[in-house]
Design a protein around this ligand. Structure first.
Ligand SMILES: Cc1cc2nc3c(=O)[nH]c(=O)nc-3n(C[C@H](O)[C@H](O)[C@H](O)COP(=O)(O)OP(=O)(O)OC[C@H]3O[C@@H](n4cnc5c(N)ncnc54)[C@H](O)[C@@H]3O)c2cc1C
Ligand code: SF4
Length: 526
C-alpha cells in the first residue's frame, strides 16, 4: 500500500481529477518532493478492464452523470444529455484519447493581435508565447513518448486507410502529410511495448502502447511516496478562509460519506465542464458568484474545436478499422489565411470508426437509422474516413451554467452546456467538407457522407488564462487571478483552442505549472 495522508494535513496539494492535467501535475509535484493527494471521481481502472468493443467501453468509462446540452448546435437536439465525451475514471480521458500530439502554432497564441475584434467572439491573446512553451513541449513529448525528432521514435506505419487519404490529398495539391506526431510507442519505450496496430485505440489501449496517465504519470507519482490517489471520490466544493485563501475541499468518498481534506493549495483538473462547475458550486458569502470569478468569466468561452466527420465509399476495399484509429494527419489547411472565408485553420485527421460508432454518428439523432445508414454500413469495408479539427472561436454565450432545478446523484446542480457555432466555424466546416469532397472524388468515390460534430471530446476555455484579470480566470501559470493558492491545471485554461488536439499542450502547461507551484511553495508565497 502506498503513502496515505491525513484529512487534517494542511501541508499537501489537493489535485481534483487524474487525467492529462491532474495526472501530470501529480507526478511532476511528487517528483519534486511536494506531497499531494489526487481525488478522482471515477473508478480505479487497469489494463485488464479494457475491451476491444466500442460501446462496452463507452458504457464502462464515460462520464454519464446528469448533464444537459443547450444552444444552437445540433447536439442540443441529437445529444441532449451528452454534450461531451469525457471519461470518469482513473486516468481521465487519456484512457479514451487517440494519441494525436500536435503543438500549437505561433499564430494560435495571438488570435486577438492577428485578427482584431471579431464580431460575436470574445477573442484574446494567450499571456504566453510559443517560444516560452517550447521547452515544456519538449519535456511533454519525452514524457509521453511522442513519435518525432524529440524522442527519436519513428512515426507509426501508414494504415491502408491513411494511404488512401494521403493519395487523395496529394492529388489535390496537399503536401503536409505525416503519420504523426502520436504519443503511441512505435518501438518499446518507457517499459511499455510498441503498438501492435490492433485498432480500438479510443477504447483504451489494451497493451499500454498509447500514453495514458493511468499507467505512466499516476503510478510514477505514487512510487515517489509523495502521492496518494483516492478513487470514487467526487469533490463537491472548495473551501476558503476569511481572507479568501483556499483551505481544502469537501468530497463524497466511495461510500458516499462527506469528507473534508485540508490543503495548502488546490489544483482543479476535472476537464472543462466539471472544473468551472466546481468553482461555481463553491460560491460563498465572500465569493457569491463562485470562486475565482470576479471577472464573471468562469464557465464562459467554452470551446470544443470546430469539428466534423467525412466518410466516403471507395472503389476498392480499405478496411479502415485495421491499424491505429488515427493513423495520420494532413496539415495543409492549418494556417491562418482569411481568403478562405474564415480566420485560423484546421487539420484533417484520418479517423477509423468501428461499425458501432459509425452507425450511431452517420446520421445522428432520432432519425438516425434507416436505408441510408444500413446501406452505408453494408459497404463498411470500402469506407475511408476523417475527422476535421479546427479553431473554435471563444464566445461568452458558449458556457457552462448550473441548472436551476436539476441535481446530480451528489445533490449538486447539474451543468448545462451551451454551444452555438460562430459563423467562422460554419464557414470553416463547409470549406473542409468541400476539400474532402475533392479528395475523395479524386479517388473515384461518388458516395460521401458529411457528419456534424460528435459530442465534444476536446473541451477548453472555461477558466481561461489572460494577461488582464478582467478578461479571464487564471494567469500565465494557471493560477487564479483572485486566489493565489488555487490553480487550474487542465484544458479549461486555454485562451484559444488552436487547431491542434489539446492534450500535448495540457501536459506541457502542467509541467510548467508544477515547476511554478513547487517554487512558490519553497519561497513561502503559497
Ligand atoms: C474519444 C476521444 C479521443 C481523443 N483523442 C485525442 C487526441 O488524439 N489528441 C488529443 O490531444 N486529445 C484527444 N482527446 C482529448 C483528451 O482526452 C483531453 O483533452 C484530455 O484528456 C483532457 O485532459 P483534462 O486533464 O482536462 O481532463 P480529463 O483527462 O478528462 O480528466 C478529468 C478527470 O477529472 C475527474 N473529475 C472531474 N470532476 C471531478 C470532481 N469534481 N472530483 C473528482 N474528480 C473529478 C474525471 O473523472 C476525470 O477523470 C480525446 C478525447 C476523447 C474522449
Ligand atoms: S493500435 Fe496500437 S495504440 Fe491503438 S490500441 Fe492497438 S496497440 Fe494500442
Amino acid at each position: 500500500m502506498g503513502t496515505t495522508f491525513d484529512l487534517s494535513d494542511g501541508g499537501i496539494v489537493v489535485i481534483v481529477g487524474s487525467g492529462a492535467g491532474g495526472g501530470t501535475v501529480a507526478n511532476e509535484l511528487s517528483q519534486k518532493g511536494v506531497k499531494c493527494v489526487v481525488l478522482e471521481a471515477g473508478n480505479t481502472l487497469s489494463l485488464d478492464d479494457i475491451e476491444n468493443d466500442e460501446w462496452a467501453m463507452f458504457s464502462k468509462i464515460s462520464w454519464l452523470d446528469k448533464r444537459f446540452s443547450a444552444g444552437g448546435w445540433h447536439g442540443a437536439i441529437n445529444h441532449p444529455t451528452l454534450p461531451a465525451w469525457i471519461v470518469k475514471g482513473l486516468g481521465g480521458s487519456t484512457v479514451h484519447w487517440a494519441g494525436v500530439s500536435i503543438r500549437l502554432q505561433e499564430h494560435e497564441f495571438k488570435m486577438r493581435s492577428l485578427n482584431g475584434d471579431i464580431t460575436g467572439a470574445n477573442v484574446i491573446d494567450w499571456p504566453i508565447t510559443l517560444s516560452e512553451l517550447e521547452p515544456y513541449y519538449d519535456r511533454a513529448e519525452l514524457k509521453m513518448g511522442t513519435t518525432g525528432p524529440v524522442t527519436g521514435m519513428p512515426h507509426l506505419p501508414w494504415s491502408a486507410d491513411f494511404k488512401v487519404l494521403a493519395e487523395g490529398a496529394r492529388r489535390i495539391g496537399y503536401s503536409k502529410i505525416t503519420a504523426g506526431p502520436m504519443s503511441i510507442n512505435s518501438v518499446d519505450r518507457d517499459a511499455r511495448p510498441a503498438c501492435q496496430q490492433i485498432g480500438f485505440c479510443m477504447q483504451g489501449c489494451k497493451l499500454g502502447a498509447k500514453w495514458s496517465t493511468l499507467y505512466t504519470e499516476l503510478p510514477k507519482a505514487v512510487e515517489t511516496g509523495n502521492c496518494e490517489i483516492r478513487t470514487n471520490c467526487m469533490v463537491l466544493q472548495i473551501e476558503h478562509d476569511a481572507s479568501g485563501k483556499v483551505t481544502g475541499v469537501v468530497y463524497a468518498d466511495s461510500a458516499g460519506a462527506k469528507q473534508r481534506q485540508k490543503a495548502r493549495a488546490v489544483c482543479v483538473a476535472g476537464n472543462s465542464i466539471e472544473s468551472p462547475r466546481l468553482l461555481l458550486n463553491s460560491a460563498s458569502n465572500l465569493f457569491p458568484d463562485g470562486l475565482a470569478n470576479s471577472s464573471g468569466q468562469v464557465g464562459r468561452n467554452y470551446m470544443t474545436h470546430m469539428t466534423a466527420g467525412v466518410y466516403a465509399v471507395m472503389p476498392g476495399e480499405v478496411h479502415m478499422n485495421r491499424g491505429t484509429a488515427v493513423a495520420g494527419i494532413v496539415r495543409d489547411e492549418a494556417h491562418n489565411d482569411t481568403r478562405r472565408g474564415f480566420v485560423a485553420g484546421y487539420t484533417i485527421e484520418k479517423l477509423a470508426l468501428g461499425l458501432g460508432f459509425l452507425s450511431a454518428f452517420l446520421v445522428p439523432g432520432p432519425t438516425g437509422w434507416g436505408r441510408k445508414v444500413s446501406g452505408a454500413l453494408e459497404k463498411y469495408k470500402y469506407m475511408s474516413g476523417v475527422w476535421i479539427c479546427g479553431e473554435d472561436l471563444p464566445q461568452e454565450q458558449n458556457r457552462i451554467e448550473l441548472h436551476p432545478t436539476e441535481r446530480d446523484q451528489y445533490g449538486l446542480p447539474a451543468p448545462i452546456v451551451y454551444k452555438t457555432d460562430h459563423p467562422n466555424d460554419t464557414n470553416m466546416r463547409n470549406h473542409s467538407y468541400g476539400q474532402m469532397e475533392k479528395i475523395y472524388n479524386s479517388l473515384g468515390s461518388t458516395e460521401i457522407y458529411n457528419l456534424p460534430a460528435y459530442p465534444a471530446s476536446h473541451n477548453m476555455g472555461t477558466n481561461r488564462m489572460s494577461e488582464k484579470p478582467r478578461d479571464g480566470v487564471v494567469n500565465r501559470w494557471g493560477q487564479a487571478h483572485d486566489i493565489k493558492n488555487l490553480f487550474v491545471s487542465d484544458g479549461s485554461q486555454f485562451a484559444s483552442s488552436g487547431s491542434p488536439n489539446p492534450t500535448l499542450t495540457i501536459v506541457a502547461l502542467a509541467i510548467r505549472q508544477a515547476e511554478y507551484i513547487a517554487g512558490e511553495m519553497k519561497r513561502g508565497h503559497i
